[in-house]
Design a protein around this ligand. Sequence first.
Ligand code: PLP
Length: 399
Amino acid sequence: MDHHATTPVDPRVLDAMMPYLTRAFGNASSRSHVFGWEAEAAVDEARRQVAVGMNASPKEIVFTSGATESDNLATLGAARAYRAKGNHVVTASTEHHAVLDSCHVLEREGFEVTYLAPDRTGRIEAASVAAAIRDETVLVTLMLANNEIGTILPLAEIGAACRARNVLFHSDAVQGFGKIPFDVEAMSIDLASVTAHKLYGPKGVGALYVRARKPRVRLEPILHGGGHERGMRSGTLNVPGIVGFGKAVEISLAERDDEARRLRLLRQRLFAGITGDLTGVSLNGPPLPALESDGSLPPGVEDRRLPGNLNLSFEGVEGEALLMSLKDIAVSSGSACTSASLQPSHVLKAIGVPDDLAHASIRFGLGRENTAEEVDFTIGAVGVAVRRLRDLAPAMART
Ligand code: PLP
């Protein structure tokens, strides 16, 4: 139940990859023999599949090692390429560290960065983006959906606000790509980061969408070498990984809406089960929408949270202790990427969750193989663990 951290490789994806790990092992840049041609053709097909998934053109897809690299290339690469135009970047305090830390690098290079504060649900409105844009702004970078609390941002409105001021718009679309609608045209997006391992593809492969026209986006590369990927990302292409990524996007797109309905129902079952059993549980992030019996949204109702995301705080328990007591269930406290640091999550802090409740939070990320039985098992296990820790806490305070 930790699908925001990563997902298993879908067997259909593995089947598509296998020939390129064995017989068809060519270098996609080898122009002089059939091994190279075969690899290049496979990469071309994956480029098409990834592009279709976001309504882009295949030539606008640059393959990378994952979204950390895509986020670095987009933010550093665009800001540096447009330095002569201005030195201001707009982002949000709730972004992933791959974006935030790149912004810190830009600050050390003399850029000014505005970190927008979200509302209590993690939402950032287009009006606050518009208000933050200055004449010197070269880039706005805001994510499609948050990896901890699942908040979906209104990217179409934000993109329109950027376009109106001629400012490039990058989005880290990692968590929402293949799960909710994502369209670089409808959202006026110029750069977008995605990664395969969050949508049942392999780890270590991602892509950056780079708009080719209206406007044609320039990037200063961060990797230098053989000039692959139109000079934007040198390095021999990870052909099997790229093939798997393409297949994973194709499957996710075909199954997206059915899967979203299924996950919303599971999420509702999990929330109702836990809050029906325990007191002192609070929901972090956007409210859960009312659902029809098949998991679809009633007319006029919007889901502002990723379908598989639930983030809860449990009064009177310590998050790490709760995780330890849930040995049979894979969940995370705060974000998996920072859980080594034991700092309260920067996202929960940004939406105003007090430190003690931020420490007592659990992120559930429901995904493709989860079942209603697993959700019921989790409800039972969480109830037992929280009650035991709450019983223990006063006793420990006395010693
Ligand atoms: N951006 C977001 C929102 C993420 O959730 C992740 C996940 O770790 C990343 C970027 C980094 O992606 P990758 O693991 O492909 O480097």
